[in-house]
Design a protein around this ligand. Structure first.
Ligand code: NAD
Length: 249
């Protein structure tokens, strides 16, 4: 059977918009049913579900704050019961709250650590537990070019995304004997809501530094993520792929 004809299941966190939604739609185009995780925006999650269904795949929205281990455990229990064992997890739900070092406040720091690090570990742990029995699976962690590029004001964000790269290689080593591959995709500037927080003059400055002379599109991230999930990349694990139009070169 061809890859597109199989009934596989992907869990995508933060899938109601932006890069998460683009990953969900691209995986659906490639024959995956999708568990659409969202935190609070029920209407947007419902729109993602409808767009996946229009592609002929099954989709169910699951509300859970990925930073909350109890909610994540409950979500994975429900997913397995209602949709089956996940073949793919895309750890995408992340936040950015830039501040210069001297202005970082503890509440914002804790929230970023909780969502961008703890949230990824929570979901990877629960997905891996379910994938273990079948001895196969793929986990993609969405990192950021900020994990390798110093941007003023991003001490916290860079630290969390650097942690994503590190956890990716350790998870990959631990899970390889169980047939589970783990890779990270580190996007550069991608035109989503997250970028709206960047002032226009800074955007113009960043644009001038991108060799491909444009910001990326969420759909382009979705295509790379979906490709990495495919058997074409069966020998790739533990790697962080920087998808930034050359910004970090
Ligand atoms: P976005 O803000 O448009 O979407 C993020 C989604 O994640 C939102 O739907 C949000 O509600 C959800 N989310 C946040 N915290 C959550 C939580 N605790 N539980 C469940 N859902 C949660 O952002 P985006 O640009 O689509 O970013 C997605 C990922 O890509 C993030 O990890 C981000 O760090 C990364 N990234 C984005 C860019 C960019 O330029 N847009 C660049 C590099 C990396």
């Amino acid at each position: 059977m061809s890859e597109t004809a199989m009934n596989k299941l992907a869990v995508v966190t933060g899938a109601s918009k932006g890069i998460g939604k683009a990953c969900a739609l691209e995986l659906a185009r490639r024959g995956y049913d999708i568990a659409v995780n969202y935190r609070s925006d029920e209407d947007s999650a419902a729109r993602t579900v409808a767009e996946i269904e229009a592609l002929g795949q099954k989709a169910v929205a699951y509300r859970a704050d990925t930073a909350d281990i109890g909610a994540v455990k409950q979500m994975f229990r429900s997913i397995v019961k209602e949709m089956g064992t996940p073949d793919v997890l895309v750890n995408n739900a992340g936040i950015v709250d830039d501040a210069y070092l001297l202005l970082i406040n503890e509440q914002s720091l804790d929230r970023s650590l909780n969502v961008n690090i703890k949230g990824y570990i929570n979901c990877a742990q629960q997905a891996a537990l379910k994938m273990y029995s079948r001895k196969k699976g793929v986990i993609i962690n969405i990192s950021s070019v900020s994990s390798v590029l110093a941007v003023a004001g991003q001490t916290v964000y860079s630290a969390t995304k650097g942690a994503v790269n590190s956890m990716t290689s350790v998870m990959a080593k631990e899970l390889a004997p169980k047939g589970i591959r783990v890779n990270a995709v580190a996007p550069g500037f991608i035109d989503t809501e997250m970028m709206k927080s960047i002032p226009d003059d800074l955007k113009t400055q960043y644009l001038a530094e991108i060799p491909l002379s444009r910001f990326g599109d969420a759909a382009e991230v979705g295509k790379v993520v979906a490709a990495l999930c495919s058997e074409d990349f069966a020998y790739l694990t533990g790697q962080t792929l920087i998808l930034d139009g050359g910004l970090s070169l």
